[in-house]
Design a protein around this ligand. Structure first.
Ligand SMILES: Cc1cc2nc3c(=O)[nH]c(=O)nc-3n(C[C@H](O)[C@H](O)[C@H](O)COP(=O)(O)OP(=O)(O)OC[C@H]3O[C@@H](n4cnc5c(N)ncnc54)[C@H](O)[C@@H]3O)c2cc1C
Length: 425
């Protein structure tokens, strides 16, 4: 679909809907290219999913979530209430069509194709975050600490063999470690973990929320406008976007960019976009004074839990829970995270009054976001980054800003088009 593009001369008005890390990075890049940008969120920037993620900057995570054998793994997890995946029975009918597409995406040839696309998107993400935060005057937020994945034993590791092979094929540096080498890196790791996979070049954000607010402040400092309003409709005429309607005002624009994370599908339903976007609800527990020293994101791969040393404490993050956008969070999911941290770091001190957070990962069945033009002139999409939205936000914002401003995108956007779902209803 041909698109009009922003002139980049400061006159084209672009409205970005959603001030999570994806919307903020997109708005920032658009502004740097000379567009006149308004960033709108119903809340202050960074209070959606981007608030509480695990902070892992995982440019090597090129393996999609649906890998061959996912059906068997998922079924066994669903029978175990403490497993890192939960689908409430009452939500199963709603989730079933999405899950069917998820399982279909696990075919080996599809996995390879997705992996190639992920690799293109993720390749220079950490450098881009470092550069952007440097320009925003907050270079301390991202660190190249490496990441350490832990397995109970070699049999557990073997289950992830294909994921590691894909990462290697795409150039990630990986060192396999035995128990003593694990302890040399992270002395607090408990005896339940004897095999490690260390990726020395990956990194982390020491505070994902501060990362969003630092970029949003820099956007405002450079002349971008941040508005608090809840968007209720995108107005189109003659096949093109004209304005974005909020509860408080109507925002006329030449371009509108949807970066509303897990809520993007709702926003677009009235325009006839039927997207397979599902929330995979994730949790975190913060432990301000954990009593253990941890140097980098440590991932208990058997439990799919991330333990990240943030600037304000140890963050235990994980769990995939289906249940949509409106059900209350479940404290039990967070209790499992508390058990997990004690298994990985037996000397951890968890305060009795620990509290937890839940966020909505915006997920498509094929683990890829929707990025690029829509069916309407001037309406653009950048959402659905799933488990990798922090990592991907910098490159995806840059790619979309280039495209909107009429520069050739530096990657092929076809595999990321919204239209890939149109024939699967
Ligand atoms: C537990 C957990 C751990 C994670 N760990 C990692 C990790 O280690 N590394 C990684 O890369 N990713 C991780 N992620 C994923 C990552 O956090 C998300 O992919 C990312 O935050 C999505 O960003 P976003 O900007 O698209 O969405 P959000 O941050 O949810 O932003 C969407 C914004 O849109 C606004 N909005 C919605 N509807 C409207 C409307 N109608 N009008 C106005 N505003 C609206 C919302 O208020 C919100 O601010 C994790 C996620 C979770 C839950």
């Amino acid at each position: 679909m041909p698109q009009t593009t922003a002139s980049g001369n400061g006159r084209d008005t672009v409205v970005v809907i959603g001030a999570g890390i994806v919307g903020v990075c997109t708005a920032w890049h658009l502004l740097r290219r000379g567009a006149n940008v308004t960033l709108i969120d119903r809340d202050e920037p960074g209070l959606g999913c981007s608030y509480g993620n695990a902070g892992a900057l995982s440019f090597g995570s090129v393996a999609p979530l649906a890998m061959p054998g996912v059906m068997r793994d998922a079924l066994s997890m669903l029978l175990d209430p403490a497993a890192p995946l939960r689908i409430p029975l009452s939500y199963l009918p709603q989730a079933a069509p999405w899950l069917w597409r998820f399982v279909r995406a696990s075919r080996p040839d599809t996995v390879r194709r997705i992996s190639n696309v992920l690799s293109t998107l993720l390749a220079h993400s950490i450098e881009q975050h470092i550069e952007m935060l440097g320009e925003a005057g907050a270079p301390d937020i991202v660190r190249r600490t490496g990441q350490l994945y832990l397995y109970p034993d070699a049999q557990w590791l073997a289950k992830d063999a294909m994921s590691w092979a894909l990462r290697r094929e795409h150039g990630l540096r990986i060192e396999q470690l035995g128990r003593n080498e694990i302890l040399a890196l992270e002395p607090e790791v408990g005896p339940g973990y004897t095999v490690g996979m260390f990726t020395p070049d990956q990194g982390m954000s020491i505070n994902p929320y501060r990362q969003v607010t630092a970029m949003a402040s820099d956007f405002a400092r450079r002349g971008g406008r941040i508005v608090r309003d809840r968007i209720t409709a995108i107005e189109v005429a003659d096949g093109g976007v004209r304005a974005v309607r909020g509860e408080n005002a109507v925002y006329r624009c030449d371009h509108a960019v949807v970066c509303a994370g897990a809520w993007s599908g709702q926003l677009l339903a009235d325009l006839g976009y039927a997207l397979w976007l599902e929330s995979q609800r994730g949790y975190h527990v913060m432990i301000p004074s954990s009593g253990v020293t941890v140097a980098r994101p440590v991932i208990a791969a058997d439990r799919k839990v991330f333990l990240t040393p943030m600037e304000d404490g140890l963050r235990v993050a994980g769990t995939v829970e289906f249940g949509g956008l409106t059900r209350s969070p479940s404290r039990q999911r967070a209790e499992y995270l508390v058990r997990d941290v004690a298994r990985v770091f037996p000397r951890v001190q968890v305060p009795a009054d620990w509290s937890f957070w839940m966020g909505h990962r915006p997920c498509f069945p094929d683990s890829l976001p929707v990025l690029g033009p829509s069916r309407h002139h001037g309406l653009w999409f950048n959402f659905g980054h799933g488990h990798l939205g922090l990592t991907m936000s910098a490159p995806c914002g840059d790619i979309l800003a280039r495209t909107i401003c009429g520069e050739p995108p530096n990657i092929d956007l076809a595999p990321l088009s919204f239209s890939r779902f149109e024939h699967s209803h």
